[in-house]
Design a protein around this ligand. Structure first.
Ligand code: ZN
Length: 80
């Protein structure tokens, strides 16, 4: 942990949006990483959580793609 962070605290910014509820955060200053846990709190981004997040992200983006296809299908049916 850098001296700056020790005195002033971390400056976390979202580094990756995993799902609607889960994000990864990275400190601008010392590169410490956090993520959202299942209770909505923040925990350290360990390799295990990074793996869980990447799986979540894959599921989430697949689901979103399916939702978009469904919307397109509906729009097409209405217009034809
Ligand atoms: Zn920091």
């Amino acid at each position: 942990m850098s001296v700056y962070c020790n005195i002033f605290g971390h400056r976390f910014e979202v580094s990756k949006k995993v799902t609607y509820h889960v994000s990864e955060y990275k400190c601008d200053n010392c590169s410490k990483e956090l993520t959202t846990n299942s209770d909505g709190g923040l925990i350290e981004l360990t390799p295990k959580f990074r793996e869980i997040n990447s799986i979540l992200f894959r599921i989430y983006s697949k689901r979103q793609a399916r939702q978009i296809r469904k919307e397109l299908h509906k729009a097409y049916k209405i217009s034809s």
